[in-house]
Design a protein around this ligand. Structure first.
Ligand SMILES: NC(=O)c1ccc[n+]([C@@H]2O[C@H](COP(=O)([O-])OP(=O)(O)OC[C@H]3O[C@@H](n4cnc5c(N)ncnc54)[C@H](OP(=O)(O)O)[C@@H]3O)[C@@H](O)[C@H]2O)c1
Length: 263
């Protein structure tokens, strides 16, 4: 498990207040299966501001978000999981759409809160540990609350927070979602998908950064990594790039006019 930095993180200008940004020299090697390597990954992925919304997804070279099993599991590897863990550790909230919970059986992260957005309330197939359920947040319209309680199961539902938000025929506006999470104390957010949710956040200009893993495979799984809806382009700049010893790439792309730049 060796990650090599191919494009360095720029050192912040002194006094610029870009908390958490570290410089990494070109060629720096990170052994992601050691404590030192895991700590280094947390430094390398530190968000530059307290209020920050990043996407973290994995794509095949073909732009697909799922491998041959219909989930992202078969695109991922141990290095990708180490990067994912570091990004989760740095977040207050890990946000996912309910279809990803149903497809991938999401677990509660070790420190961040798990936030699930659903219109239907169907969270069946989840693998949330009741011991960690005080860090589960479900965001849904009022009409979905009963189904959320039913599909979470009594042990998880008893401790989870259900945030009821305004909707338009079941659909929650992305700005409403983000505002509600920030007022719930979740300032640093990472959305892990799926593509439909990630695409909506991009569409609405709410994303500060894309953390994108590229799996060295071409596949026609038919699930575009940022969804099927059209949205206007956002200009990106590459702030970091790493490669592992299986040719997978790990990029940090900053959104040039993301929300943090407008605050
Ligand atoms: N490559 C990756 O990094 C990655 C990451 C995650 C998932 N995946 C894969 O992606 C697939 C799932 O992604 P997906 O794009 O189909 O779905 P998704 O984004 O995970 O979830 C979509 C669901 O989220 C809820 N939702 C989304 N927007 C909403 C809104 N505006 N208001 C209310 N609820 C909303 C709805 O839940 P309800 O249906 O409950 O109403 C909707 O059906 C799976 O195959 C999964 O394995 C890949």
């Amino acid at each position: 498990m060796t990650l090599r930095v191919l494009h360095p993180v720029p050192a912040p200008a002194s006094g610029a207040g870009a908390e958490g940004h570290v410089a990494a020299e070109l060629g720096t090697v990170v052994e992601a299966d050691t404590d030192e390597g895991r700590a280094r990954l947390r430094e390398l992925y530190a968000p530059p501001a307290a209020d920050w919304l990043r996407l973290n997804l994995i794509t095949a070279v073909s732009g697909d978000a799922a491998g041959e099993d219909g989930t992202s599991d078969t695109l991922s590897n141990a290095d990708d999981r180490a990067v994912l863990a570091a990004i989760r550790d740095l977040a207050d909230g890990v946000l996912v759409g309910a279809a990803s919970v149903r497809a991938e059986g999401y677990r509660v992260p070790r420190s961040a809160q798990l936030v699930v957005l659903t219109a239907s309330g169907d969270l069946s197939g989840h693998r949330m540990d009741p011991e960690r359920a005080d860090r589960v947040v479900v965001v849904c319209p009022a009409a979905a609350v009963d189904r959320v309680t039913e599909t979470l199961g009594p042990d998880v539902a008893a401790r989870a927070a259900v945030l009821v938000v305004d909707d338009d025929d079941g659909q929650v506006a992305m700005a409403t979602l983000v505002d509600r999470l920030r007022s719930h104390g979740l300032r640093s957010l990472v959305c892990e998908g799926g593509p439909s949710l990630a695409g909506q956040l991009l569409h609405d200009g709410l994303v500060d950064e894309l953390c994108l893993s590229t799996s060295p495979v071409v596949i026609g799984s038919g699930l575009p990594v940022f969804g099927r809806e059209r949205f206007d382009p956002s200009r990106l700049s590459l702030s970091q790039l790493m490669m592992d010893d299986q040719s997978a790439l790990y990029a940090r792309w900053l959104v040039a006019d993301g929300p943090a730049t407008r605050r």
